[in-house]
Design a protein around this ligand. Structure first.
Ligand code: HEM
Length: 546
């Protein structure tokens, strides 16, 4: 008995010792592997000659960390000031900051979307137009879906946009004594513009409004989409992190909301299907029977709904950020607001004339204001990574080998002083050729570097829709209403503040938190009916809500 128990003790000790040694060896191996990887990335990697932040050279944690904090766009802009036009922003990533790099990369046949996009597919094989990395798959999706974005489709859908815009104006004009000469209660324009943008995209993607402008019930959608965008933004920067499923720890609330969101969506899909194919002017009716002109193949119903869900992020978040930013800049630069109001009010005798067409297109200052707001604060501010899939590409004389991720940050490029002098000042006139201060060359240089909608085969498919929505919303609001900052100072606007870290310090720059799309807060504004618009506003307020 005694000798047996001594044996058992010895074998336990050996097992424990062995396990301990094994664990220590694994830690040591892991550590040594880490050191070897770091040394390789710093000194022997093909990108080792490029400057960049130390952490970025050794790990994609750099991008993920700044993305979590919503400031990768401002870090990138600052990075170019420190490291130059091209620098290393991940072990395998180069970011550039020139108009020529923008065109080379996004027009190149030798790049494809980076593997980061694959982290956004909800299930294996469930690609949509945005996440399809494979070029042939994307080409097919694009050919089918772009039929739903034709000029004719946008025109057919415009009455729906306008009905939501009118609701937006009613809301802004309906508190306090705004119908007389007094100002309304203050509104947080982030909320108002998000509600408008989501309602429009609900109508476009699903043929039904979410009623965010008029009721609380579905407003959780915005938080659900924001949480999805936060998560996606981090994994796009550091795809390997996805395996750790960190969202189950950090985005619990987001995941709960996602369940609610998916339930709402499937309800919408069911009731849209019950309504019949062509009963509404929405994406479903535009492309339900559309076919790829080359192959004759259309979309399955599942594919169609996958695209509709994507559009909610692609179309609602982006357009509402653009609209909110413009309200910010018009409040921060009252002289620009006055000029815009003068143009719109002198062009249109009555607000019902405001809709797309040659007259609205003749409002050059309106278009300049939209472009300038999106230049200052691009709704997609972060670098859209592309992987070099050919042998190599040459970016500004640098030969970049296969497998490297390359890109240009729209935010950094839009604040490159070579193309945009005094780049942190909101100046719509920079988009208009004029004899006294703006040559054709200067405007063309700016246009060449304007990358809000990206370029090439993966550029935004909804650009026309976005301009229609934005022009209608801004022109009609400015036609009816005067506006001002809630407390007659810059404090309530949502700009930066003195003493904050770099990028957050400019009072007249609308502050975006960049994830995949952008989060923001403010500006808080008050509205009142403008002189001469009382009768038209009475009519609008008297109309029955649609
Ligand atoms: C101001 C508003 C908008 C901005 C700034 C914007 C910006 C962009 C950008 C930068 C991309 C390229 C993304 C990438 O390469 O990863 C993109 C793609 C896309 N956008 Fe927009 N967008 C806006 C509004 C819209 C709207 C309203 C719709 C639809 C109604 C839309 C539909 C799409 C689609 C379908 C794609 C994917 C295109 C493809 O990969 O072929 N966007 N957008």
């Amino acid at each position: 008995m005694e000798s047996e128990s001594a044996k058992a003790i010895i074998s336990r000790v050996i097992t424990y010792e062995t396990a301990k040694n094994l664990a220590l060896s694994l830690v040591a191996l892991f550590f040594i592997r880490g050191v070897v990887v770091v040394i390789y990335r710093l000194y022997f990697h093909p990108l080792s000659k490029y400057p960049g932040p130390f952490l970025a050279k050794i790990s994609d944690l750099y991008g993920a960390y700044h993305n979590v904090l919503g400031r990768l766009h401002t870090e990138t802009e600052q990075g170019h000031r420190v490291y130059g036009t091209i620098y290393r922003q991940g072990p395998n990533k180069l970011v550039s900051n020139s108009g020529s790099a923008l065109h080379t990369i996004y027009h190149s046949k030798d790049v494809q979307k980076s593997q980061g996009y694959v982290t956004m597919i909800p299930a294996p094989g469930a690609y949509n137009i945005f996440t399809a990395v494979d070029k042939a798959m994307h080409r097919h999706k694009r050919k089918v879906i772009s039929q739903g974005f034709s000029d004719q489709c946008v025109r057919d859908f415009e009455p729906t946009i306008l009905s939501h815009v009118d609701l937006f104006i009613k809301r802004l004009a309906s508190t306090g004594d705004s119908r007389n000469s007094g100002w309304s209660a203050p509104y947080n324009m982030t909320d108002c513009c998000r509600h408008l943008g989501y309602d429009i995209m609900g109508a476009f993607g699903f043929g039904q409004t979410f009623h965010l402008q008029t009721a609380e019930t579905n407003r959780f959608l915005i938080d659900a989409v924001t949480a999805t965008s936060h998560k996606a933004g981090v994994y796009v920067q550091y795809p390997a992190l996805q395996k750790l499923r960190l969202e189950t720890l950090f985005y619990r609330r987001g995941l709960e909301m996602r369940e609610k969101y998916l339930k709402l969506m499937s309800g919408l899909v069911r009731s849209r299907l019950a309504a019949g194919k062509s009963s509404r002017n929405d994406l479903f009716s535009f492309i339900v029977d559309a076919k790829d002109p080359d192959t004759g193949v259309g979309f399955s119903e599942d594919e169609l709904w996958a695209e509709s869900r994507f559009l909610l992020i692609a179309g609602a978040d982006t357009s509402s950020t653009a609209l909110t930013s413009l309200f910010f800049y018009l409040a921060a630069y009252p002289e620009c607001y006055r000029k815009l109001a003068e143009e719109v009010r002198s062009t249109f005798a009555v607000p019902s004339e405001i809709r797309s067409g040659p007259v609205l297109s003749s409002c050059v200052y309106l278009r300049a204001c939209l472009d300038e707001a999106m230049r200052m604060s691009p709704p997609i501010s972060g670098t859209l990574w592309r992987e070099v899939s050919g042998e190599a590409i040459v970016i500004d004389d640098e030969v970049v080998p296969k497998g490297v991720d390359v890109g240009v940050s729209p935010y950094a490029l839009h604040h490159n002083e070579d193309m945009f002098p005094d780049s942190f000042t909101f100046n719509p006139d920079r988009w208009i050729v004029s004899d006294d201060n703006n040559s054709r060359d200067a405007v063309e240089r700016a246009r060449h570097a304007f990358s809000v909608f990206s370029l090439g085969s993966r550029a935004c498919a909804g650009r026309n829709m976005a301009y229609t929505e934005l022009s209608d919303s801004v022109a009609r609001t400015v036609w009816y209403l005067d506006m001002r900052s809630a407390d007659e100072s810059l404090d309530a606007l949502g700009g930066g503040y003195f003493g904050a870290r770099y990028g957050k310090h400019r009072a007249k720059e609308f502050q975006l938190e960049e994830h995949l799309t952008c989060s923001h807060d403010g500006p808080w504004l008050r509205f009142r009916v403008r002189a001469g618009a009382e009768e038209e506003l009475e009519k609008l307020l008297g109309e029955k809500q649609s």
